[in-house]
Ligand binder design. Sequence first.
Ligand code: HEC
Length: 275
Amino acid sequence: MAVKRVRWVVLGTALAGAGVAGALAQATVAPGPNKLEFPQGWERGVLYATVDRPDTKQYREFYTSAEAVKAARDGKPIPDGTVITLAAYAAKVDAEGKPVKDANGRFVKDKLLAVNSMQKMKGWGDDIPAALRNGDWIYQSFSPDGAPNDKANLTACYQCHLPFAKDDYLTNLAKLAGTFPSQAVARPAGGAAEVAIAGFAFGPGTLKVNAGEKVTWVNADDTPHQISIVGGPQRSELMLKGQSATLQFDAAGNIAYICGLHPTMKGTIEVAAKP
Ligand code: HEC
C-alpha cells in the first residue's frame, strides 16, 4: 500500500499581513466559571476514543452524545448543544515511573486528573475575542469534583484547536467519525531522509541533511500528529496513522520543530550548507 502523503499549509501569513498576529498574541479568555457547566454523567456518554499519552504519562478517554457520533459518521455538522468531554487520567506507573501496560499494550488508568469539555451552542462564540474564536464552541476545564479550574489556561484551548476550523475545531474528528485508520501500517517512504514518529517521539530527534534535501516524517501512532516549524508559518496537515509529510530544506541552519498538537514532542533538522 502506498504511503499517503499529507500537504503543508502556511498558517498566519494572512493574519500577519492584516496586523492580526499581534491581536492573536494579546487576546485572552479568562479562566473561571463560564456558560459551559460541568457535564454531569459524562461517563455515561458514548466513549468514542481513548489515547495513551507517553509524553505526559496520561491515559485519556473521549465522550460525547450518540447524536454527535451519528452526525460525524454521516458527514453532517456536529449538532448545536453538543458537549465533548476529555477525561484525563494519570497512567499507572511502575517503580521506575514508567507507565504500566495491559495485555493489549495499552496504558492502565489511575487517578482522574481533570475533566475538560468543549460545548457548541449558537451565539456562545460571540463572547470570545475574534482572534481566538472557535465558531460557537467554548471550553472549560473542571477538577474531578466538578468545579471549574480557575488556574486553567483557557486561552490555550482556543489557540490549539483554532487551526482545526475545517474539522469543526476538533483535533480528532476522524476518531469521532470512525474514519481514523487505526489498522494502517506505517512504512518507511524510502529515498529521502526520514524521521519516524512513534510513541509520541521523533526518531531520530536530530537529523542532519544537506541544503536542498527533503525530509519525510512517517506517523506510526494511533493518534494524529502534525509537524510545525518553530517560529515559522509552516505546518503539515494532520498526519493520521500511516501517513507522511515531506518538506524540502533549502537554507543551511538548525530548524527546530514540534508537534502542533503535542508541543512536548520536539525535534531538530540540522541543515548543512551544500558541500
Ligand atoms: C497543546 C494543544 C492543546 C491544548 C492547549 C488543548 N487541547 Fe484539546 N486536544 C488537543 C489534542 C491533540 C487532542 C486530541 C487528543 C489527544 O491527543 O489528547 C485534543 C482533544 C480535545 C477534546 C476532544 C475533541 C477533539 O477531538 O478535539 C476536547 C473536548 C478538548 N481537547 C478540550 C480541550 C480543553 C477544554 C482545553 C483547554 C483547557 C484544551 N482542549 C486544550 C490539543 C490541545
